[in-house]
Design a protein around this ligand. Structure first.
Ligand code: ATP
Length: 519
């Protein structure tokens, strides 16, 4: 069922110019994708939503755009050279390679699914009287399955914390996890595999000419912390935001744009006074979940997943998970990273990265709260939750991509009813007025009904039809993608009607009032 949805999303994304396999004429390159004519618009709109809300709406956050190549010592300091590894395991029969932790997490997801099923049964049995929280605390089947999950999580955490790869393999065997392809339990040992791509750079001093494609954008922010703080005369707390490409040689790269080898991140590092990390961590958790929920993709589609396996430098970490077609998976991370990164860069560079706090009258290395979201995963979250098959009253169905209007690639499609009588000219006239504010599309081919359907499937929030009356009374028919309601309106009123629904400003205002409500 969910596999079906993912397949539908993939083919829809291709058919409507959102995403193509990379270098497709050569049969594609695994885990790399190209964004097409509509995809690039949606992606840019997601970036604008993130950037405006994080940078423009927060006086204490500024942005940068650092290079993808960084001095190789950066990655030694950050720990990526020594520890940016995934535990890899191969199935000897299918020759397929897996991440050992993902195999165990998928096993846990199956047990979680049993709990969800039990809850659904309870809801059916007790109807309105059903108390989910109570049920989760008392139902014996739920409790048994939850205990299993807790036990597996404990064992996995212990094995990872002690870096005991043997115990991870033992856990896979103990749980009887089989290869999804061959069904066999014939596994190799677990090995560590570094995820960084490396290449050579000619001009770097002898002996250190291996250079890496950055596996995260965050380090570009850390190494510029002092530049921005000093030139921007920033006082703590303040943040630095960045959007950019990151590269990881993922062991298993499947599930479409969920896990790619080249992807984009939108990250923000918030520099704070040591000791205040707990309250800022909570604040950023709230701010970020609110940002997601303002898009109306469904409140139930999100959940927090606190990390059991904390990185040694983190003192708190959570994932914002989204209900993707493959189930709940990480969409964004919120991490309390202490002063680990700045201190490490101080040590490796020999430069001080401190802040003089005038109130405290002393210098310290700031602590950091990080919010890190994958742009491509955000894209997938939006596409997969927006794609709908709707049954219509006349018994037919329509495919509609109910993208948040402010993010839709094309905002308005303008159709002349016929190709003659001056209607195309009138339609172009309207576009010439609207095009400064809204991305418009002109279409004159096929019957109007067919044109509507095509725009529904492409995600265009409004269609405007110009007919013979338009020439006399300056009115047009405007049709709403979601309700399919048609209204006769004055051409002069179009910017206001359209703007209210599709402008980024109206989405940002909605976000701001949601934020005000939680403060
Ligand atoms: P995962 O556990 O899924 O590998 P991660 O914990 O390694 O993810 P982070 O290092 O926290 O991810 O990266 C921050 C964000 O970047 C993630 O929440 C995700 O949205 C995105 N991201 C990470 N790896 C990829 C990838 N290979 N393809 C697409 N997006 C990614």
């Amino acid at each position: 069922m969910s596999d079906d949805l993912l397949k539908k999303v993939i083919s829809h994304a291709k058919e409507y110019g959102y995403i193509f396999p990379s270098s497709e004429i050569y049969d594609g390159l695994s885990a790399t994708y190209d964004y097409g004519q509509n995809g690039v618009e949606l992606k840019n709109n997601i970036k604008k939503y993130w950037w405006s809300s994080m940078v423009n709406m927060h006086e204490d956050i500024v942005g940068i755009d650092a290079a993808i190549f960084m001095h190789p010592k950066t990655w030694k300091a950050s720990g990526h050279v020594d520890a940016f590894n995934d535990p890899l395991i191969d199935n000897k029969d299918s020759k397929k390679r897996y991440r050992a932790d993902v195999l165990i997490e998928d096993h846990i997801a199956k047990i979680e699914a049993k709990i969800t099923k039990e809850v659904a049964k309870g809801l059916k049995r007790f109807g309105d009287d059903f108390n989910k929280e109570e049920f989760l605390k008392t139902n014996p089947n739920v409790l048994r399955n939850q205990a299993k999950i807790d036990e597996i999580n404990d064992k996995m955490r212990d094995a990872f914390n002690s870096e005991d790869l043997g115990n991870i393999k033992a856990l896979i065997e103990e749980l009887g996890i089989a290869c999804p392809v061959s069904g066999s339990k014939n596994w190799t040992d677990v090995r560590q595999f570094n995820l960084m791509f490396s290449t050579e750079m000619g001009s770097v001093a002898e002996g250190s000419n291996t250079i890496y494609l950055r596996p995260e954008t965050a380090q570009g922010i850390f190494v510029n912390y002092l530049n921005v703080q000093k030139t921007g005369r920033k006082k703590i707390p303040f943040g630095i935001a960045q959007i950019g490409k990151a590269f990881r040689n993922e062991i298993i790269a499947r599930q479409f744009i969920f896990r790619m080898r080249e992807f984009e991140q939108m990250e923000m590092q918030f520099f704070i006074k040591p000791g205040t990390q707990k309250e800022w961590f909570e604040k950023w958790k709230e701010t970020r979940i609110n940002w997601h929920k303002a898009l109306n993709l469904g409140e139930d589609n999100y959940r927090f997943h606190d990390h059991l396996k904390l990185a040694h430098y983190a003192d708190a970490a959570t994932d914002i998970e989204f209900n993707f077609p493959m189930g709940f998976k990480e969409l964004e991370g919120v991490h309390s990273r202490t002063d680990f990164d700045l201190k490490a860069h101080e040590e490796h560079s020999g430069k001080k990265l401190q802040y003089f706090d005038p109130q405290e009258n002393k210098s310290y290395v700031p602590y950091v709260i990080e919010t890190s979201i994958g742009l491509d995963r955000m894209f997938l979250a939006i596409m997969s939750s927006s794609l709908k098959e709707e049954a219509l009253e006349d018994g037919s169905t329509r495919t509609v991509l109910k993208l948040p209007a402010a993010l839709a690639p094309t905002k308005v499609a303008v159709f002349p009813l016929t190709k003659k009588d001056g209607l195309p000219e009138k339609a172009r006239e309207i576009i010439n007025e609207l095009k400064f504010d809204f991305n418009c599309l002109y279409e004159e081919k096929d019957a109007i009904g067919k044109r509507y359907r095509r725009q529904d499937a492409a995600g265009t929030p409004f269609c405007i039809t110009v007919d013979h009356d338009s020439l006399n009374d300056n009115t047009v028919t405007i049709r709403d993608r979601d309700t399919m309601q048609q209204e006769r309106v004055l051409i002069n009123d179009l910017p206001k009607i359209i703007g209210e629904k599709v402008s980024l400003a109206s989405l940002l205002k909605k976000l701001e009032s949601r934020e005000a409500a939680i403060v």
